[in-house]
Design a protein. Structure first.
Length: 286
């Protein structure tokens, strides 16, 4: 007999997410109680530092469990890179006893909720933009499939009877408000918070394992786009005959080319396109 959550693969893939099925997930279940009959989605963080280089360090732990708690520990693990790893189609030991939260009643959280673990540390480190957006899309898709409202998305800190703090650095009221895109990503792509996260990621590069600014890997070493532009402008202003107002000799085109060549192509292309647009706007009308 198929386990109750085997539909997760189709629902999450259909929402446009990058989904990876761990071997045996369709038959994997905990034996600590009845099978899930979910009426909500519960968000967690793993408390393990993650990075773009190691986006899902807790994957095996979520499958096998801990010495004090048998696996599986969630239904899906969302990596720091936004990839969703399917862990179990049956019961998962992720929630324990749950108090009433929003429209979801008190009871056995492992029965009441589909459990998503976001792989990040949670105190010094928050979720990555890709991870947060994937959680939004996955949660919205599951709630639509269950026929439940956005209010049925809860954080473990909202249901725990033992003082859990997860998901750290996630405002659940804002998270629920951002679910209005219906799992299509349109709301996330156009919302001010999502735009700011993406702009920050573009300018500063992927955050390090502890959320620190580390820049993009370039031929000149780790550099942020901001640092590259500051160096470029300072170099032009420092040239003989050029004053701070920007009047005087033009910069060396070769230096400008070298600065852009040092950027990865995917970073340089949009920046160059924007510079071309600005230059076109400055051309006198004929």
């Amino acid at each position: 007999m198929a386990l109750p959550l085997v539909w997760l693969a189709d629902v999450l893939s259909g929402a446009g997410l990058r989904v990876r099925e761990t071997p045996g997930w369709r038959e994997r279940t905990a034996t600590s109680g009845p099978q899930p009959e979910p009426v909500g989605v519960l968000e967690h963080h793993t408390a393990t530092p993650a990075s773009y280089q190691d986006p899902a360090p807790s994957l095996q732990l979520c499958i096998d469990g801990r010495p004090d708690l048998a696996g599986p520990l969630c239904h899906a693990l969302i990596g720091f890179d936004g990839v969703v790893h399917l862990i179990a189609a049956g019961r998962a030991n992720h929630a324990g006893k749950a108090r009433a939260s929003g429209p979801v009643p008190a009871g056995d959280g492992n029965t009441l909720y589909v459990g998503f673990e976001l792989d990040y540390q949670g105190v010094e480190q928050g979720p990555s933009p890709e991870q947060y957006d994937a959680a939004l899309i996955a949660t919205a898709a599951v709630l639509r499939h269950l026929g439940q409202p956005d209010a049925a998305a809860r954080g473990h800190k909202e249901t725990s009877v033992t003082g859990k703090i997860d998901p750290g650095h996630v405002d659940m009221d804002r998270f629920r408000a951002e679910l209005g895109g219906g799992g299509t990503g349109e709301r996330m792509a156009s919302g001010p918070d999502a735009i700011l996260r993406r702009v920050e990621a573009e300018l500063l590069g992927p955050p390090g394992p502890n959320g620190e600014i580390q820049g993009w890997n370039t031929d000149l070493g780790p550099r942020t786009v901001v640092a590259m532009l500051v160096d470029l402008v300072n170099g032009l202003l420092a040239q003989p005959g050029r004053n701070p107002a920007g009047h005087g000799a033009a910069g060396d085109p070769e230096e400008i080319k070298a600065a852009f060549r040092a950027l990865p192509p995917e970073r340089a292309a949009p920046l160059l396109a924007e510079l071309v647009r600005i230059q076109q706007e400055r051309q006198p009308e004929v």
